[in-house]
Design a protein around this ligand. Sequence first.
Ligand code: TRP
Ligand code: SF4
Length: 328
Amino acid sequence: MKRVLSGMRPTGKLHLGHLVGALQNWVDFQDKYRCYYCIVDWHAMMSEYADPSMLKEYIVEMALDWYAVGIDFNKSVVFIQSEVPEHAELHLALSMITPVSWLERNPTYKEQMREIKNKDLSTYAFLGYPVLQAADILIYNAHYVPVGEDQAPHLELTREIARRFNYFYGEVFVIPEMILTPVPKILGTDGRKMSKSYNNYIGLTEDPSSIEEKVLTMMTDTRRMRRTDPGVPEDCPVFYLHKAFNRSPEEIAEVSQGCRTASIGCIDCKKILLKHLLPTLEPFRIRRSEYENKREEIVEMLHDGARKAREFASVMIQKVKEAMKIAW
Ligand code: TRP
Ligand code: SF4
């Protein structure tokens, strides 16, 4: 069976954007591939090093939500990055051969250095972010890496690092392929990209009453000031949610037409959305409640995952050291 690896930084509870952008695919891949799903706490540390006090709580919250949406901890290997020290060891090995110039011209790095002003990201580790990501992938010799478009530069760097290693030391690594998840756009309640840091998100395992309130007060197309003003659904964050969660193409067409002709109001439109959204999310909340008050058990499952991950990773690191002529 071919291997898949993907990772997510622990940011706490997940939202609709995570589901549609990534987790739905992760769940589906479990039947087709040997899947490794990694909570990348060292990657989080690279930007949160000044105050990592929330990290462990975020890890558990995220693991609970992974479980809730159907990540199967028996079928897949689900674990915390820092519990598999081979990631760090391979990161060191790969850093021997990674030219600094490759890292300095990484567009994600340049953008974050420009945009993020409230944290000092001018560290040695942060420049090497993609080297650790390459190690995450290559330590399992993963064939496929399902990620969003924003990760394309990192994946390309991983492939270049793997090729360079193979060139120096022989064919150790599979050159991993990126599986681009076609992401239907998910906007937040304020019309910006849905994100925890904007506080405009709808949680995957939130209470139905809270989801209902967020949807009913969600921003709509600003053209629809009055009930009689027609709108443009393509400019409305509610309509993006219809496209992602409304199972009936006829109903989506009706909503779209109704919006354009002002034959339905925004509240009607939102209620139709809720009729699809709430039942889709309900099973997640129920599954999450199984472990909500038994967090030690989820943590134990993550420790087990790390043990399974190490079975593969320890063999791989030995091969790497042999190839580099430092194995005894
Ligand atoms: N950089 C990824 C992100 O921000 C997270 C990540 C770390 C990752 N290691 C990975 C993704 C390995 C895929 C494979 O989303
Ligand atoms: Fe948005 Fe629906 Fe209102 Fe149109 S009718 S603006 S799609 S909420």
